[in-house]
Ligand binder design. Structure first.
Ligand code: GTP
Ligand code: NA
Ligand code: MG
Length: 454
């Protein structure tokens, strides 16, 4: 039986720009109203039923002609801190749609730009929530109301300040190659980025944001969201974590099919596919905090896409965050899943004797994001692997240097440089570019190349 699943919506943006507050506000409104059939909290994700969207949206829903067939929206919160690029990248690659949250008073910040790069890389459509408009001087707060209701209550000065700040944002997007506009001035949502001025704290503009997201998903993603609900589940590992009483567990977003407690799952390990039997499917209690390690879980028998779930199973110690999870019910399905996963790992962990740079990263997700970025810039890769930078990496870069000095470098994301590697690099003059903001590492490398060429 086919059904339309909830679109997976990643919330991305710079640290403290209001991502979690926005999701909290959407949840709280619901709790405050004490309606039946509340919001479900998944691992790393919040499910908002379509009735809630409809309620919050009110009369705005008529903006979208026709009936909304989506069962709801599944939001993934991601951390804005720079150390979490790989989690952001996983959120971004998993998402059908995204909300980029930008504090309108602070404008673009490093993780704003990184989020945009991630969305661009994975071709994820997104809208922009220009947050904290309540901080605009003289703004009169009309809580829980649409932006278009709020704007009518403001005096000329506040309106002007908002417009100025919006223009600054639009200009920044333009520099990055995006045509952006205030949502109510957008002509064609396929070509223009919609900016919704919001206040997550006071619930301003959230009705429009929800309607826009639901409408865009329904209009442009309906085919993609149609899934065979009974089929074996497919998902992506968000995080691999120890859980008291359960050992190593994986937090997974399921985007297709149904996962049952007695399923076999195949997941990616560093250089192998791990086949294991599920011990427990664990679901946090409704409204529990996302990454709070103290939540008490409910054990469930099965879960259908789209959903976030913690899976306890043996032999997950070497599972890789960012790798696929495929459920299998027959020998044949297991073999097929193993082949598919090995192929995917091989497409990210590269080992060649080409003339190219050496790439290292902390997880397979961040390695994929970094490699993609390099490939897009036509920078050839000789080797890409997970782990700290070792002496072997530097020696390989040295052998590349003899053929092409500009590629005789090691590029690392969120990894350490081993002591002996550092020594050899110094002695042999092999540059090492490390950091925890992908685009900055690449900028550093490009600046070095430019300097070398002059
Ligand atoms: P990270 O997860 O750390 O990246 O941050 P975040 O983007 O989830 O931001 P968070 O929701 O934690 O909010 C950061 C701070 O901004 C908190 O003190 C919020 O209360 C405040 N904040 C969020 N939204 C608004 C808003 O609309 N208006 C005002 N005035 N403050 C806000
Ligand atoms: Na924060
Ligand atoms: Mg947060």
């Amino acid at each position: 039986m086919k059904k339309i699943r909830q679109p997976i919506i990643a919330v991305l943006g710079h640290v403290d720009h209001g991502k979690t507050t926005m999701l909290d506000r959407i949840r709280n409104t619901r709790v405050a109203e004490k309606e039946a059939g509340g919001i479900t909290q998944h691992i790393g994700a919040t499910e908002v039923p379509i009735e809630v969207v409809k309620q919050l949206a009110g009369p705005l829903l008529s903006l979208w002609k026709g009936e909304i067939k989506l069962p709801g929206l599944l939001f993934i919160d991601t951390p804005g801190h720079e150390a979490f690029t790989s989690l952001r990248a996983r959120g971004g690659s998993l998402a059908d749609l995204a909300i980029l949250v930008v504090d309108i008073n602070e404008g673009f910040q490093p993780q704003t730009i990184e989020s945009i790069e991630i969305l661009r890389k994975y071709r994820t459509p997104f809208v922009v929530a220009a947050n904290k408009i309540d901080r605009i001087k003289g703004w009169k707060i009309v809580e829980n109301e649409p932006f278009l209701v709020n704007i009518k209550k403001q005096d000329q000065r506040a309106v002007q300040e908002l417009e100025t700040k919006l223009w600054e944002l639009i200009g920044k997007f333009y520099e990055l190659g995006f045509q952006a506009n205030r949502f109510d001035r957008v002509q064609d949502f396929r070509r223009e980025l919609a900016i919704i001025p919001v206040s997550a704290k006071y619930g301003i503009g959230l009705p429009e944001l929800l309607v826009l997201i639901a409408g865009l998903a329904q209009k442009y993603l309906e085919e993609k969201l149609k899934i065979e609900v009974e089929g074996p589940a497919r998902g992506t590992i968000l995080e691999v974590r120890e859980e008291v009483g359960f050992g190593t567990t994986i937090d997974v977003i399921i985007y297709d099919g149904t996962l049952r407690k007695d399923d076999i799952i195949v997941v990616g390990g560093k250089d192998k596919a791990i086949v294991t039997k599920i011990r427990a499917l664990l679901k946090p209690k409704p409204l529990d905090e996302i990454r709070d390690p103290r939540y008490r879980f409910d054990q469930v028998e099965e879960v259908s896409a789209a959903a976030g779930i913690k899976i306890a199973a043996p032999n997950l110690e070497e599972a890789l965050a960012g790798s696929p999870v495929i459920a299998a019910r027959t020998e044949e399905e297991i073999e097929r899943a193993k082949r598919e996963i090995l192929e995917q790992i091989k497409s990210v962990i590269i080992s060649t004797d080409k003339v190219g740079v050496i790439v290292k990263a902390d997880t397979i997700g961040s390695l994929e994001a970094l490699s993609k970025e390099l490939q897009e810039k036509n920078i050839p890769i000789r080797k890409a692997d997970v782990g700290n930078i070792s002496k072997t990496d530097v020696m390989e870069a040295l052998s590349v240097k003899e053929e092409e000095p500009l590629y005789g470098v090691v590029i690392g994301f969120n990894v350490k440089v081993n002591e002996d590697a550092e020594e050899v690099a110094k002695a042999k003059k092999i540059p090492i570019f490390v950091g925890n903001v992908i685009y900055k590492i690449i900028e550093d490398y490009e600046a070095w190349v430019k300097a070398e060429e002059e």
